[in-house]
Design a protein around this ligand. Sequence first.
Ligand code: PEP
Length: 252
Amino acid sequence: MSFTNKKIIAGNWKMNGLKNDAWKLTNDLLSKFESPDEKLGFEMIICPPATLLSEVVSMVDGSPIKVGAQNCCDKLDGAYTGEISPVMVKDIGANFVILGHSERRSYYGETNELVAKKAEAALNQGLTPIICIGETLEQKENGSALAVIEDQFLNSIPENATIENIIIAYEPVWAIGTGKVATLQDIIDVHTKIREVAEKKFGSQNISILYGGSVKPNNAKDIFSLKDVDGVLVGGASLKADDFWAIAMASV
Ligand code: PEP
């Protein structure tokens, strides 16, 4: 298990939000934590765009909300124009970084090997990588999903990873932003596979696995009912404080 035994509710804002939006969304979330009957049975992580990290880190200071970046470079500093180093992410006060999201793999050509290098660099700076893996629709339909998952898991995880210092997000590509959520059986099958591969690699199945792909308030309870699900990575619904909060509350 990673840094927590509680369910992890992570929000990926993707490339959305200007300063005012971040201010409102973060404040709306903070105000929910202030309600007297709020239950802290979960850990909440929000991952804004890099331009808003500093602002959001300052806003959540002293609150239960934690902050992550959506990407980082595999290098620490130097002539890499436009990149953001894990040292910078840590310096700004974030503690997590999403790596290998399918949008980065498909639009920016990120390979398992690059994801592993980024994760290694992130771990060396004390960041917790949330490493995303997931099959495409074609791979699901041709029956290779579990083999793809095994390959991505084994090759996206760096040498300095342990069962405790990384979080895996299983995100079927066909379920991201499409409104098509994986069936509960799909989730069970893939999470079980990930645990089997983790056992082979680390000698333990006890790794944190989030499910991601069209998680919404109306399906969150069913997803959290699966004992193999340690949390969720939420895209679209994390941009609405009420929805993100409802998802979090479905976990407790
Ligand atoms: C994501 O981007 O990681 C994601 C799961 O998006 P959505 O919840 O919108 O499907």
